[in-house]
Design a binder for this molecule. Structure first.
Ligand SMILES: Cc1ncc(COP(=O)(O)O)c(C=O)c1O
Length: 388
């Protein structure tokens, strides 16, 4: 009998060790991990530079509280802010907490409470971020949500035009909806949303929790779309597996987050900060990000070549964030991929999501694609034979 609340439908694998793109389970079976811990281990498992930075910090001190000065927090904030083209950072422990901070700051700074988010979005599991999320299944059974969120259709500028007014505090958006099925925002739509925010005095908040830290081949995904957000949120890949989240925003907003207005005991923990500095040092450089784009081209070329299997509805994504929408539920296919040694994720019922480490080698990508082809072909044959 498990003593854990059964909040996760866990897979049959128990990892024993992991390095780079590879994971070995307790039975000694080797897997190619194209999940990166759900978009976290962007440098692969246990990258040496992060390990060294963390070990160095572990030997100095582990925790002191945010009442003390911190050169490392300052350095991490500077790197993050500069990479995003923004000015100020608040460190939290997770994506949901970073979004909580964004929601609180937007309400306080504008004096308004109404926030527009999008159908199919995902922003977290706390009360405010669950309320912000545009998916009913996340909220089921929890009673009334925070009432001031409005959900409009994604990639539909007319839908938001009919809801936005001067009473809106903020619009919160993912430029690629991750959990919602890998839906990439349309550039005109995203720029239109930003323009509407400007017209109505609403803050433009971009949730970069899954898309940031090099995942799409830029430090942050919004940089593909020529956008200028007031606030962005980051987490997942930022600490390479050490828990950290961040709210990053324009200078003008700092007056609303003065001493005592917000806080977190563990936010910006020294060990996580050491991991974040090392992670950003490795990822935020042109050469590294160009390689991500190069691998991405190869990945999508391969994925698009699978389109002739008539069980595939669509291939979507950007950088090393890919979704294969199928015409049938994908749980069984994902299980078969695991049995063959390739670990991938679902995103909703019908989408296979690939989030390989950004450090994945071309050979590993090719191996992964071969397994995917083999299993999809089998599924295709079975479907045509009416077995599926
Ligand atoms: C876009 C987005 N926002 C927020 C979150 C919540 O992050 P966390 O699980 O770290 O609270 C996630 C997690 O999947 C996410 O993908």
């Amino acid at each position: 009998m498990s003593h854990l609340f059964p909040t996760y439908a866990r897979w049959e694998i128990e990892p024993e060790s992991a390095s780079g793109s590879t994971m070995i389970d307790k039975n000694g079976k080797t897997f190619l991990d194209f999940t990166s811990g759900i978009g976290v281990c962007n440098l692969g498992h246990c990258p040496k530079n992060v390990e060294e930075a963390v070990l160095k910090q572990l030997k100095q001190f582990w925790h002191v509280s945010n009442l003390f000065q911190s050169e490392n927090q300052e350095a991490a904030a500077k790197t993050l802010a500069e990479a995003a083209g923004l000015d100020r950072v608040f460190f939290a422990n997770s994506g949901a907490e970073a979004n909580e901070a964004a929601i609180k700051l937007a309400r306080k700074a504008t004096g308004k409470t109404k926030i527009i988010t999008f159908k199919n979005s995902f922003h977290g599991r706390t009360f405010a971020t669950m309320s912000a999320t545009g998916q009913d299944k996340i909220k089921h059974g929890y009673g009334p949500m925070l009432e001031t969120f409005i959900y409009v259709s994604y990639n539909d500028i007319e839908a938001i035009k009919s809801e936005i007014g001067n009473d809106v505090a903020a619009v919160m958006i993912e430029v690629v909806q991750g959990e919602g099925g890998i839906h990439v925002g349309n550039k005109n739509f995203l720029q239109g949303v930003q323009e509407l925010c400007k017209q109505h005095g609403a803050l433009f908040i971009i949730d970069e929790i899954q898309t940031g830290i090099g995942r799409t081949g830029k430090p942050f995904a919004f940089q593909h779309f020529d956008l200028d957000p007031d606030l962005i949120t980051s987490a997942k890949g930022l600490g390479s597996g050490f828990p950290i989240g961040a709210l990053i925003g324009i200078e003008k907003l700092e007056q609303y987050f003065g001493p005592g207005s917000h806080g977190s005991t563990f936010g910006g923990n020294p060990v996580s900060i050491a991991a974040a500095i090392a992670t950003m040092e490795a990822i935020f450089n042109k050469e590294f990000l160009n390689e991500v784009l190069y691998k991405s081209e190869f990945l999508f070329m391969q994925l698009n070549s699978l389109k002739h299997f008539n069980l595939i509805q669509d291939i979507r994504g950007i950088g090393l964030m890919a979704g294969i929408e199928c015409k049938l539920p994908v749980t069984a296919i994902i299980r078969e991929l695991r049995n063959k040694g390739l670990i991938v994720l679902p995103a909703g019922e019908k989408v296979i999501r690939l989030l390989p480490p950004l450090t994945v080698s071309m050979e590993e990508l090719e191996n992964g694609m071969n397994i995917l082809k083999e299993i999809l072909e089998k599924a295709y044959v079975r479907r045509n034979a009416g077995v599926w």
